[in-house]
Design a protein around this ligand. Sequence first.
Ligand SMILES: CC(C)(COP(=O)(O)OP(=O)(O)OC[C@H]1O[C@@H](n2cnc3c(N)ncnc32)[C@H](O)[C@@H]1OP(=O)(O)O)[C@@H](O)C(=O)NCCC(=O)NCCS
Length: 177
Amino acid sequence: MCDGYTATLRPATQDDIEILVKWDGDPELAWLMGCSHRTPEESRARLSKLIGDRNSVVMCIVDPDGHVVGDIVLTEIGWRRREAELSVRIGERENRGKGIGQQAVRQMLDFAFGRLGLNRVYLRVCADNLRAIQCYRKCGFKREGAVKRKLAEGQEPRTVVLMTVSRFELLSKDVAS
Ligand SMILES: CC(C)(COP(=O)(O)OP(=O)(O)OC[C@H]1O[C@@H](n2cnc3c(N)ncnc32)[C@H](O)[C@@H]1OP(=O)(O)O)[C@@H](O)C(=O)NCCC(=O)NCCS
């Protein structure tokens, strides 16, 4: 697990944008996340807007030395519906598969349900991204359905799975375990 360390979350600031822009430009990450290619300028503008947006939460995932190893984001926060969409990435390949993703998702769910008072968090993940799906399952997400969609220009359609978790489900799981 994380070479023995605990990853933590902290709010992203404008100073973090360049590392996030770099990851946005990684074609392997874009494929795993089902995103279309963005130019650095498009990434900068999008991230800058997200960081200042009251309907989004952008957190950096940091190691004990304070190095940013990934990001985790809530977008489309619906304050009346009390729900939001989650996405997460660990930037460098060698840091994946060490439990950091599960730590980050659990901490973001605590924040979403505890601090923000949300009732439901959902996400979309490509069906061939088995590691991500397993990570989300371990954190309490359940599959709700799937659709086949063209995600990016020049690519074949891919199957996208919708997964959700509710505050109630997580609480009952905690009580049961
Ligand atoms: C998805 C992501 C955030 C998960 O974080 P992570 O730190 O790599 O994942 P974790 O190590 O916490 O958990 C991965 C789990 O999947 C399992 N796993 C790894 N490869 C797998 C595979 N090919 N098939 C099934 N399970 C797999 C691991 O064993 C682990 O499960 P376990 O705890 O039961 O052993 C990270 O891999 C990542 O950033 N990937 C690239 C971006 C991405 O895909 N983001 C999600 C877009 S929706």
